[in-house]
Design a binder for this molecule. Structure first.
Ligand SMILES: [Zn+2]
Length: 327
């Protein structure tokens, strides 16, 4: 087991002028954000005319100001403001959209089972009687929904669980196959085995992009993405403060070939990373990571040794069963 203490710079990032660092970090965040985030971002709606006296209200929070005017065939709901009479078509959120697209009850749950057991796409399509286009569409929906559920679970439970100092086990894996480089990073809480994030960058000419952009963004998002519970160790929550802290703080973390939880997840993922196209890998990472954290029994047998992270945290799994099964 190889373990390195890195007191100053995470993963030996070179010290650079802040403006360049900021640009790199933004690029990295944009790259990592465009996958699952794109599926879960809610559209912003304008529910009122500009002169409306109650224009700060919306149907979700202030239902008393609106009248429901039925539902369209695509599943969107029409809401009318009682004051200004404006009618707005609201697309269902992800959870509902999953339901509308569902032909068979429990399909999503079955899909999830098969994905994390590393069934091939062909095999899954055959068994579930869906075509590959539908498969990839559902893959994205599933990843987006699990991401949302993970965020929610973390927001609810993490403020109590995280100690003042966040310590991470990071597994870095850089592969070179025929001049095609890819990099995977998985960060885990060594105390509980909880996986915070897994990020992947495929098909790079060189790995500079990974070191300068993806890795800093990976750490940045771990600190930031689900709010207060994760950023306690950072003085102040402004971006500049975090950037300074990222550069300077002795952030205890280890890298290794065989850290326990990262190794296990990485082993589960290996067949999928071998076979999937780069552009789908972020979705797979999200799905495997969720299952690893919250429903490890789905992974089945040999992959899991020791206490499962899901049981240590004791949340998430029940939500998963309910939300996917009610479809
Ligand atoms: Zn109005």
């Amino acid at each position: 087991m190889e373990r390195m203490q890195t007191p100053q710079q995470p993963c030996g990032l070179p010290v650079k002028a802040r403006s360049q660092r900021e640009t790199d970090l933004e690029a990295g965040i944009a790259f990592l954000g465009k996958f699952c985030a794109a599926d879960i971002k809610q559209k912003k709606y304008q529910f009122h005319r500009s002169s409306c006296p109650v224009k700060l209200t919306n149907p979700e929070r202030n239902g008393e100001f609106f009248v429901r005017k039925g539902r369209s065939t695509s599943g969107s709901v029409r809401w009318q403001c009682k004051e200004c009479k404006k009618i707005t078509n609201v697309m269902p959120n992800n959870v509902s959209r999953l339901r509308y697209n569902q032909k068979k009850s429990g399909l999503m749950l079955e899909l999830l089972h098969k994905i994390v057991r590393n069934c091939s796409v062909t095999e899954i399509c055959d068994t579930l009687q869906i075509n590959p286009k539908t498969y990839y569409h559902k893959l994205k929906l599933l990843a987006g929904q699990l991401e949302q559920m993970k965020d929610q679970a973390e927001r609810e439970h993490f403020p109590e669980l995280i100690q003042t100092e966040l310590s991470l086990d990071c597994r870095l894996q850089i592969r070179e196959v025929q001049n095609r480089r890819s990099a995977l990073v998985i960060s885990v809480d060594p105390a509980t085995g909880y996986v915070y994030r897994a990020d992947y960058r495929g098909s790079m000419k060189d790995t500079r992009e990974f070191w300068n952009q993806i890795l800093p963004a990976h750490f940045y998002l771990i600190r930031n993405q689900t709010g207060a519970g994760r950023v306690r160790m950072v003085p102040g929550s402004d971006q500049e403060g975090i950037l300074r802290a990222l550069e300077r703080t002795a952030w205890s973390f280890r890298t290794g070939e065989k850290d326990t939880a990262g190794e296990t997840l990485s082993a589960c993922l290996a067949p999928r990373l071998e076979s999937a196209a780069d552009k789908y890998i972020p979705y797979y990472l999200g799905i495997y990571m969720y299952v690893y954290n919250f429903a490890p029994e789905f992974l089945g047998g040999a992959a899991m040794d020791g206490p499962s992270p899901g049981t240590l945290y004791g949340f998430g799994n029940r939500d998963l069963q309910c939300k996917l099964e009610e479809a």
